[in-house]
Structure formats: structure tokens, C-alpha cells
Design a protein around this ligand. Sequence first.
Ligand SMILES: Cc1ncc(COP(=O)(O)O)c(C=O)c1O
Length: 358
Amino acid sequence: MVKSSLYMTWAKHHAAARFNLANSGIIGCDFSDLPVSLDDVSLNGPNHEGFLPLKQAIAEKYGVTPGQVVTAQGTSMANFLAMATAIDRGDEVLIEQPAYDPLLGALNYLGAEIRRFHRKMENEYQIDIDEIESLITSKTRLIVITSPHNPSGFPVERSTMKHIGELAATVGAKVLVDEVYRDILFETAEACCFHLGPQFLTTSSLTKSYGLSGLRCGWILCDPDFAERARRLNDLFGAVGSVPSDTLSVAAFRNLHLLESRTRSIIDPNIALVREFLNNHRNYLDCIMAPRTMIAFPRLKNMAGSDILHDLLRKYDTSIVPGRFFESPQHFRLGFAVRTEDVLKGLNHLSTALHQLG
Ligand SMILES: Cc1ncc(COP(=O)(O)O)c(C=O)c1O
């Protein structure tokens, strides 16, 4: 059994570049972006079941109770914990294709019987409810979705998500929605999927939309019984969170409006740039872009696969994510939540490479 994520290993060791168009989240904050002081940080404190002020801050953001919040090390651990709580070995799980590789890796590790449903460019990366209906059985225990989708950036339509919830309820399955990219939708965001019904579990963190990956502040929203089981299971993993990180995360929640403005100011000009770039490179690429996103998933028209493009871009100190990490070798993932001047230069390099290969 492969006990790792090939994508994550690649991202940790090979994604870095001067012009990084491989990263999927907003460029990291420093202390000038977050007005906190040492007074905001505690070294130790009571957090056996998650640091209460942090659970309260998360609960307030979503209009839920602290009992419905499980804190975890990033969305990564939140996803693992949610999946490990929801399923036993041999249980059937439906998961989207293409998918974020660590989600698939975790399901494999947990011994799930994996079935795939498709999110296709031709269908604006939406989910075909008929396909879900054809795959779901009385043994299905979990359906795993990212919304917005990694790698395409498209959120799932609300009506489809409701329908999936109804189908899941008929067989007693949970629906795990990873919403780590949701908060960059700002005023266009639908309510968090947790509010769609008790079968929904949602995960997120302060990483992608806020530039606070270093805090590793992630969470699951779920019903209190599930939360209790997830916390007991976590006793076998991290057991408790880091108090310095949790106290800083509480301070971050107080300043979320500042981080949101920062995110907006970084992303907005870049969305326009990338849209124009994709329009101007239609000879080489097929791509649809979500109205608000910091990632896109172009498909190469005339090339064998995106590895060759990736390798050539390395000569220009520019990185993209090869599509093979998303089971889609003709595609590549483009991330653009970095400085506008770096996006511009990275796109220029991408243009040069496409012309050379084309
Ligand atoms: C869909 C998805 N979920 C989770 C993560 C990891 O998030 P975190 O940094 O909060 O662990 C990523 C990172 O790329 C992601 O794309």
C-alpha cells in the first residue's frame, strides 16, 4: 500500500520557484499584515478538547455551536480525521475525479472501497447527479467533494449539493465538503454546506484564503456526536492542539476583516490578468475559469502532456503543477494568488514556453 501522497511530496520539495504559479493559496502573511502582540499568545493552557475561545471564534463565523466544531492541524488533518471517523475498512466512498491527491491517499490508507464520479470541464466542473445516483449503494458511507473544486476552482451549485445530501441521507452516508477555498468567494459565497443538513461535514482552515498556513488552524463542522467521536479518535493522533498557535489563531479571527481585504487586493487584479492570458492563448489551451478563484486548470491542446511544459518552465524559474498529480496529464494547475508582478512574469514565461513547444 502507498502510504503517502505523491503530489504532497512533490509540492513540498519541487514546487518552489521564483515565479511560483504552482501554489494554490494566498501568499503567506507576515506580522505587518496581522496586528497582534506577544500578549495575544499563551504558551500553555486548557485545550484538551480544542481551545474553547478558538472553537467559539470558529462557531461564531458559521453560526453554529462550539460543540459542532472540531479543531485540527489544518484542513489536511481535519479531512483525515473526518474521513477516519466516518468510515471503516471496506466501506464504499464516492470521491470526485479529478481530486486533491491527499484526499485519495487518505481514503486508500483507510482501506475505503473507492468509487469515482467526474467533474468535467465540459460540464463546468459541476457534479452530474445521475452519476452519483448510479454509484451510490446501501454500503456507501461517505461522499467526498471539494467546493470550490481543487483543481478547477468551481464551486458546486447549491441545488446539486442539496440533491447529493438527499441521496446520501437515503443510505445513511455522510457528505464531506472541503471548503478550504470558499472564503475567497466573499459576497458571492453560498452559505457553508454544513447548514444543508446533519449528513454534511465541512472542513476548512486559515490557510488558503487568509495566508496563515503557518498557524495550522483547521476545523471540521459536524454534529456533536460525530465531533465527540472525532475528538476521541484524535487522541490517537495529535491528542491536543498547540496553545501558542491556537491563541494566535483567536487573534487572527479578530482581524479576519483585515486579512480578507488583503486577499481581495492580491487576487482581484490577478483574476483579470489570468482571464486575459487564457483568452489570448486559445490556440494552445482550453480553459474555463470560475468567476472568482485563485486557481485554474487549463488543458493543453496540442501537446502530449503537461510534464514537458513544466520541465521547460523550470528554465525560467517558473512552476506550475503538472496535471498527472490530478489524474489529468493533459492539464496543468495554475495558481495566481501571489504578487501581481510575479504573476505577470510567470505568465510571460508560460507564454514563451507554450510558443516554443507549440
Ligand atoms: C482541497 C484542499 N484541501 C486541503 C488542503 C490543505 O489545507 P491546509 O493547509 O489547511 O491543511 C489543500 C491544499 O492545497 C487543498 O487544496
